[in-house]
Ligand binder design. Sequence first.
Ligand SMILES: *Cc1c(COP(=O)(O)O)cnc(C)c1O
Length: 369
Amino acid sequence: METPAYVIDEKLLTRNLEILSAVQKSTGAKILLAQKCFSAFYFYPLIRKYLAGTAASGLYEAKLSAEYFCGENHVYSPAYTAAEIPELAEICDHVIFNSFRQVEKFAQYVKSAGLRINPEHSTQKISMYDPCGENSRLGVRLDEFKSARPDLVKKLSGLHFHTLCEQNSDALEETVAVVEKNFGAYLANMKWLNLGGGHHITKKNYDIERLEKIIRRLQKNFGVEIYLEPGEAVALDAGFLVSKVLEIQPARNGVSNAIIDASAACHMPDVLEMPYRPEIIGAAAVGVKKFNYRFGGATCLAGDVIGEYSFDDPLREGDEIIFRDMAIYTMVKNNTFNGVKLPAIYARDLSGNLTLIKNFDYEDFKSRV
Ligand SMILES: *Cc1c(COP(=O)(O)O)cnc(C)c1O
């Protein structure tokens, strides 16, 4: 196969979808795919068999959903433009606003208007991923809600919060307790409550029973329809990035630099942004096995380093290096910095056959600059 390339595995994707679908069935809650995490629409018909719809971050993702998913279409953005509203109003079931000013400007045009609240309760410490941080622009705080114009509050059919990131249901439980206490009076007048994303439902050790209890409790206490919009949990561990070794440099301090045809900066930016060290099939942490390598991309960026790994056997030019868990927050974040080639995208079906979904070339680079 061509490298670099993402391979999305239908069997692994389906495994996640079955877990999410079971939560929907046992609770009556609706689960939406957060497209910002995974927008490979080739798989939308498959995902549609299991999930109720999608969550979009704006007009383009909402359009993609309308075109290829054909389920419920929800959108949230920190700020919409007047030009986007007519199309969003037509294709979206829920339009979620980030301020009462946006509600005032646009709620009259949409089918079901929601408002993102900021529970002001952080359950994790990485400020980059904490919408409840001190100066956050995301969501309406309780003091603003209390002083909002009653006619604007009346325009709302639902509330939305999104505060978690790769977390278990204990973090949700804490957050829901705060939301109930502070926003319970408003919630009782709503039709729906959207619990956002960040629920690591398909991860080993996720406590699904506790999630289901929280959902049932909210349904019972407030009579609201419950939505969740996970991204990661839908395609977690369902994809790979396949790359090849281009060159291996002599070892320095026991570790050789290996240059590969995939780049952290261009093809897996979360490796640098989070940051984290992705897993490679057949490799261990540096020092565990005999042959040690530091993988870097063929770009100008000194920090375009994916991580350090060890192998049982020495690597050679042309060897395949396969990174795990590369379906999420990868294709949607790709860039062509340095004019680097975008990875092709393959689907691996239930019988193990590979289908090339998309390939990229010079024209793709040229069309973006
Ligand atoms: C990022 C985001 C999601 C999805 O988050 P995951 O961590 O991928 O589950 C859902 N809703 C909103 C509003 C988001 O910003």
